[in-house]
Design a protein around this ligand. Structure first.
Ligand code: SF4
Length: 240
């Protein structure tokens, strides 16, 4: 009698194991070096796979692929400090992405580090193109600090990108420099404005991400944000 009761339990555990094994295989494919967030029935904030409520329905619907940890900025609150310069070869990355698509992925976001650092943006551009053109994903997005984005990139890859989110913690250049978002004489806010215009020109939805920290906590950014009019303004406190 005991074994009869145990049978359904064993079936559920087997199904869970099959799903988990497959997702782990995909993640291994994409990297043991990169961070990756996979969300199914709800969002998670670490490279974990959600324990399924219904094991038969586990899907990596929304994937956040941090393919590099390198960045040209040095934000004090950043948790993606470059501990390794390893980036998975692009064909391997594409294989992993295709496996995730087969497992149910609908949304991909490329992040870092700074995604435009690798091969002057061509690496992320080719992944964006692959995900839109070959995998036909409904949502393809990038999160970037914006500093290395050019109009040439939009000309080559803009048609494959749905959403671009750019970080902006302050509309005062001196504050951006204090935060660590700065590169010599380049002006972060001026670049943000250019990217906003390119997003309009190449039909890419534009978002702004802001991290609230001790340098900008008293800054009222509502007027500038209203003027720029992103489709979404994501405001958060540092993770650490
Ligand atoms: S721009 Fe982003 S990845 Fe780069 S240092 Fe700042 S928070 Fe980290």
């Amino acid at each position: 009698m005991m074994s009869l009761y145990l049978l359904p339990v064993m079936e559920v555990l087997t199904a869970v194991w099959r799903n988990m094994s497959f997702l782990l295989q995909c993640m291994k494919m994409l990297s043991s070096w990169c961070w990756m967030e996979v969300s199914g029935t709800r969002k998670v904030s670490s490279p974990k796979i959600i324990a399924p409520q219904d094991p038969g329905r586990v899907k990596p619907i929304s994937v956040n692929y941090h393919f590099t940890r390198q960045c040209n900025y040095k934000c004090g609150f950043c948790f993606h400090t470059a501990k390794t310069s390893f980036v998975l070869p692009i064909e391997e990355a594409k294989k992993g992405l295709a496996m995730l698509k087969d497992a149910g992925m609908e949304k991909i976001n490329f992040s870092g580090g700074e995604p435009f650092l690798q091969e002057r943006g061509n690496f992320v551009g080719e992944l964006v193109k692959f995900c839109k053109k070959e995998l036909k994903l409904p949502s393809v997005s990038i999160v970037s600090n914006g500093s290395l984005i050019t109009e040439k990139w939009f000309k080559s890859y803009g048609e494959y990108l749905d959403i671009l989110a750019v970080s902006c913690d302050s509309f005062h250049e001196e504050v951006n420099k204090l935060i660590g978002r700065g590169q010599g004489r380049k002006n972060h806010v001026e670049k943000l404005m250019k990217i906003r215009q390119w997003c309009c020109d190449y039909n890419v939805a534009f978002k702004i991400n802001s991290v609230i920290n001790s340098y900008n906590v008293h800054e009222d950014m509502r007027d500038e944000i209203t003027m720029i009019s992103p489709i979404r303004w994501k405001v958060r406190k540092p993770s650490i």
